[in-house]
Design a protein around this ligand. Structure first.
Ligand code: SF4
Ligand code: SF4
Ligand code: FES
Length: 281
């Protein structure tokens, strides 16, 4: 047993500070264990969200030593010894209390995305034919656990706050963020889907605001290649469609998009306001 200092953000939407707690730690402990120990022995009112303690529910997302991470998957022995471990709530989303943030903006954005729209079955027995390579390609995107660490780290949301909200009587642009570009990639690249969401990607979801810094990919606990496999191929499709007349002709002649039907926003009211972030002292 050794002792470590945890510097944990305590407060609510009106403000807060970092507070130190000394915790007895043992081999194999993760940050979430330490937070639970603080709750059990020193601060029963410390709020934190968690469910699975196995890196699968995405609930325990926070910022450990300044880096967006899952608390249940961050072992203490991977963090620098002999200095306090800081634990803060995700900065991009509004504070509820202590380490708990309100991530509901993400669910409102999700509702805007037109759902899967499969083509009719290929065979009389109601089954489809598709290549294994096409299936494998979208499988990666299905691993997302909706922890929203990528949303937290993306500077377009974190710093520029382009969340479609009203501010000083003006509506700011909506950037849906890496998590929802992953979902859009899963739909657009699905071998059975007939929906065409490229117009939405360009004009409503503003994929052009992503400048491929790859910060989202670096923090994804599921190791999804968000930029290389989702965002860049989507950007290429948008460029082919709207900015490259030669590719537009080629796609028309080859019938590449013949099954695709342009889709409108799934929800009529794209209001995604109420997104003031917090987490600062
Ligand atoms: S690559 Fe794009 S989506 Fe990912 S963090 Fe950078 S700007 Fe955001
Ligand atoms: S893409 Fe990765 S980081 Fe983003 S919400 Fe999904 S699992 Fe979390
Ligand atoms: S508690 Fe489920 S991912 Fe951490």
């Amino acid at each position: 047993m050794t002792r470590r200092v945890f510097r944990i953000w305590r407060g609510d939407k009106s403000g807060g500070t970092l507070q130190d707690y000394t915790v007895e730690v043992s081999e194999g402990m993760v940050v979430l264990d330490a937070v639970h120990q603080v709750q059990a022995t020193q601060a029963p009112d410390l709020a934190c969200r968690w469910n699975c303690k196995a890196g699968k529910c995405g609930s325990c997302a926070a910022e450990v030593n300044g880096r967006p991470r899952l608390m249940c998957m961050t072992r203490l022995d991977t963090l620098p010894a002999n200095e306090p471990i800081t634990v803060r709530p995700m900065k991009t989303f509004p504070i509820v209390k202590d380490l708990v943030t309100d991530v509901s903006w993400n669910y409102r954005v999700n509702r805007l995305i037109p759902a899967f729209r499969p083509r009719p079955p290929d065979a009389p027995d109601g089954t489809w034919r598709m290549s294994q390579a096409e299936v494998d390609r979208v499988q990666e995107f299905r691993k997302c656990i909706e922890c929203f660490l990528c949303q937290d780290t993306c500077h377009v949301l974190r710093e520029h706050r382009l969340m479609g909200q009203e501010e000083n009587g003006m509506r700011r642009e909506l950037f849906v963020g890496p998590r929802f570009l992953v979902r859009l990639a899963a739909l657009e690249m699905h071998p059975l889907d007939t929906g065409d969401r490229l117009g939405l990607l360009k004009d409503q979801f503003h994929i052009g605001l992503c400048n491929i810094t790859k910060c989202c990919t670096e923090v994804c606990p599921e190791h999804i290649h968000i930029t290389d496999n989702a965002i860049i191929p989507l950007k290429e499709r948008v460029v082919d469609r709207f900015y490259d007349p030669l590719m537009r002709v080629v796609r028309k002649l080859t019938g590449a998009d013949r099954h695709k039907v342009p889709l409108p926003l799934a929800a009529e009211d794209p209001s995604v306001s109420g997104t003031t972030g917090s987490g600062d002292e």
